[in-house]
Design a protein around this ligand. Structure first.
Ligand code: SAH
Length: 225
């Protein structure tokens, strides 16, 4: 894992993007029940404002999801923190993310676990995410431009798979690419009603658990520019 990133003066931010602003966001995450020390530390140090357009940078630490272009969104900080905390429960070594988007959730994971693979279907978003991850020196991330519902078979099995777009149903390929003892976190549902599901792979099969209501953009088939 990369550990918390080193913030050079140009990455640090000022005013609405300053360390004070990040600290206040982390105070709110703690008040909302996030406990995992490493997750809190990473949320405190990662410059979330670099993952949105400059015009929106001043809103990067607000308790809200933000547009990242092409109709997609960077999730609410609490959503990212809670999903990351849940994912860390079995100390995964190899993690697959579906829906790179801005690259923020991917960057959080890269600081927490040794190896991250992340798939995005929109080439333009992937290109920007790649630049951001490189700028932060996060080299333990492997990106791929394709339809993520088929997973990344040649790199399987994964200890954890995190899907950051809502699927109408759980893709079979992702279940097959889970290691024994691994877990899949995936929002399931449509635009009206979604909840986060945790599927654990045991020796004898899969255990499904429905968690909180959530709201993600849809998982779409195919790939595009
Ligand atoms: N994790 C992202 C959230 C981005 S929103 C972040 O931290 O910013 C969800 C992303 O999933 C979008 O970028 C969308 O293009 C992507 N997506 C939707 N369907 C997909 C699919 N089938 N395969 C890969 N990516 C997909």
């Amino acid at each position: 894992m990369a550990g918390p990133v080193e913030l050079t003066p140009e990455l640090l931010g000022i005013g609405f993007t300053s360390q004070r602003t990040r600290n206040r966001m982390v105070d709110r995450l703690e008040k909302s029940g996030v406990r995992h020390p490493q997750v809190l530390e990473v949320m405190r140090t990662l410059p979330r404002h670099l993952f949105v357009d400059e015009a929106l940078a001043h809103r990067a630490y607000e308790d809200t999801a933000l547009p990242i272009g092409l109709g997609q969104t960077l999730s609410h900080p609490l959503t990212v923190a809670r999903m990351s905390e849940r994912l860390m429960s079995n100390t995964p070594q190899r993690v697959l993310e579906i829906g790179t988007g801005s690259g923020f959730q991917c960057a959080v994971l890269a600081c927490l676990v040794p190896q991250v693979w992340s798939i995005e279907r929109l080439a333009q978003l992937q290109k920007r995410a790649r630049e951001r991850l490189r700028r932060l020196g996060l080299h333990n991330v492997h990106l791929r431009h394709t339809d993520g519902q088929w997973g990344w078979p040649d790199k399987a099995p994964f200890d954890a798979i995190l899907v950051t777009a809502a699927a109408p149903r759980i893709p079979q390929a992702l279940l097959e690419q889970l290691a024994i003892g691994g877990q899949l976190l995936i929002p399931v549902g449509d635009d009206q009603k979604q909840s986060l599901w945790q599927v654990s792979r045991l020796e004898q099969g899969f255990e499904h658990q429905e968690l909180d209501p959530v709201h993600f953009v849809p998982l779409k088939p195919g790939q595009s520019n």
